[in-house]
Write a protein that binds this ligand. Structure first.
Ligand code: KIV
Ligand code: ZN
Length: 510
């Protein structure tokens, strides 16, 4: 038996994280991410806000249907319609939860809700009771709790507990608190509210002052046993508390933070890469735990120390978070079985057709690139899986670039299985490629982001390109990798276009 207190990890990457401008995810991306979070041992997955759109409803319902061990939660405002929709979406989960909330701070009640305190208090009781009629597990949140008058907050929480809430969440919605204050708030609430020991107390901290993780930990030190967080700290404005930082803080500092989580930390790097690829939001190089430089030692003094004993400068091992020490994998002589084993180790189980296709692409890449690393394989398979079944598919590209214009692109794609070609000039080679795509697939979406990264080091590294397209009130991020940056750019643009089109069709059907 462990002498540590168990902290429940509540992931809201697909709800609060997705609220971050430009971070929208497709149905399949959400389902894949939920699968990974469940395998990782995340206790509660907030899969979306079912009443906000048909797409969110369907994603939450599908994730609920597939779930086995994690609790699947949906967010809902304090209205009957929202709560019923949420209940319907999570119903099929092995462990369904409804998370309902209302603002309690004076500024939110007056300007956002235009409701007085008595009406808000009544809505708390009514909404929680309504949710509790649909599921046994109900979480209630006081939006902007940290700017709420203490006695009123206690009254609202009391009403929520009396009406059947099983978890009470205390959001620092605007990221205003500092750790001592937030910890004291959790402690005072637990002391002041009747029956506080009958519920689980939860933190939900935003990162506007860069204190979200510290505040969440202070919450745990003062009795909270659920922490709401997101992969890479994705979320509104400056984001939410980063899941990977919280989990590793408890793991590394168990000596003075006597808490444990159920998360398999060796999957943290994978989850971070997946969220970054899905959203097109790069992970900053010096990001704690999952940044590219988190385990890199550059200076001579540090390298010398590391060679003598890794503990000189490393408080955790890269393997603990899923960064393999030697990520050099295979070359062109590697066989199919070794490739399949490698994929398995990286967390992929492909069906026979997909495995054949991935192996063919791996061989192509190994022909062009001397060393193939784990990151190359991840990029290659993610690319293949995300492009499956798309209406527009890349075929071939020839570009004339250089200092003597005009730069031109000859592009061939398949549209609904039919070959279409275009030849266009542009203000530079990338512009020429995108003009050629626009010539073949007419659309009015605007390019909102174009970003290139090297997947690994070296001049023969694959380029990973992210493209964000903005249509009328919808956005889509496409990404692709290839040793040729222009081919990767064309594929990423086409991927974004396919996603935008799929989203538009779904909207029209709803
Ligand atoms: O930040 C916040 O207050 C929220 C609530 C809806 C839980 O995200
Ligand atoms: Zn939030």
């Amino acid at each position: 038996m462990s002498d540590k207190d168990r902290i429940l990890i509540f992931d809201t990457t697909m709800r609060d994280g997705e609220q971050s401008p430009g971070a929208s995810m497709t149905h399949k991306e959400k389902v894949d991410l939920a699968d990974l979070l469940e395998t990782m041992g995340v206790d509660i997955i907030e899969a979306g806000f079912p009443a906000s759109s048909q797409g969110d409803f369907e994603a939450v319902r599908e994730i609920a249907r597939r779930s086995k061990s994690s609790t699947i939660c949906g967010l809902s405002r304090a209205t009957d319609k929202d709560i019923e929709r949420c209940g319907e979406a999570v119903r099929a989960a092995a462990r369904p939860r409804i998370h309902t909330f209302i603002s309690t701070s004076p500024v939110h009640m007056k300007h956002k809700l235009q409701m007085g305190p008595n009406a808000v208090l009544e809505a708390v009781g009514h909404s929680v009771a309504k949710a509790r009629n649909l599921v046994n597990d109900v979480e209630w949140s006081a939006e902007d709790a940290t700017r709420t008058e203490f006695d009123f907050l206690c009254k609202c929480i009391d009403a929520a507990i009396t009406s059947g809430a099983t978890t009470i969440n205390v959001p620092d919605t605007v990221g205003y608190m500092h750790p001592e204050e937030y910890g004291a708030l959790i402690r005072s609430l637990r002391e002041a509210v009747p029956d506080s020991d009958k519920v689980i107390w939860s933190t939900h901290c935003h990162n506007d002052l860069g204190l979200a993780v510290a505040n969440s930990i202070a919450g745990a030190q003062n009795g909270a046993r659920q922490i709401e967080c997101t992969i890479n700290g994705l979320g509104e404005r400056a984001g939410n508390a980063a899941l990977e930082e919280i989990v590793m803080a408890f793991k590394v500092r168990g000596d003075s933070l006597p808490f444990e989580t159920g998360v398999d930390t060796t999957r943290l790097a994978r989850a971070s890469q997946m969220v970054s690829r899905i959203t097109g939001f790069p992970v900053q190089y010096n990001k704690a735990i999952v940044g590219k430089n988190a385990f890199a030692h550059e200076s001579g003094i540090h390298q010398d120390g590391m060679l003598k004993n890794a503990e000189t400068y490393e408080i955790m091992k890269p393997e603990d978070v899923g960064v393999s020490k030697s990520s050099l994998v295979m070359g062109k002589l590697s066989g199919r079985n070794a490739f399949r084993d490698k994929l398995k180790a990286l967390g992929y189980e492909l069906d026979a057709d997909s495995l054949n296709e991935a192996f063919r692409r791996f061989k192509d890449l190994a022909d062009r690139k001397k060393h193939v690393f784990d990151d190359d394989i991840l990029a290659l398979v993610d690319d293949q899986l995300s492009a499956m079944g798309e209406r527009v598919a890349f075929r071939s590209l020839r570009v004339i670039a250089g200092s003597q214009g005009p730069q031109t692109a000859d592009l061939t794609v398949l549209v609904d299985g039919e070959e279409c070609s275009a030849s266009c000039e542009g203000n530079g080679p990338v512009d020429a490629v995108f003009n050629a795509i626009r010539e073949i697939v007419k659309h009015d979406a605007k390019l909102d982001l174009f970003q290139v990264h090297a997947v690994t080091g070296g001049t023969d590294a694959q380029a990973e390109v992210s493209v964000r397209l903005k249509g009328e009130s919808i956005m889509a991020v496409g990404r692709a990798s290839d040793p040729d940056t222009l081919v990767a750019s064309a594929k990423a643009y086409i991927h974004a276009l396919n996603k935008l089109e799929a989203r538009r069709m779904k909207r029209m059907a709803a």
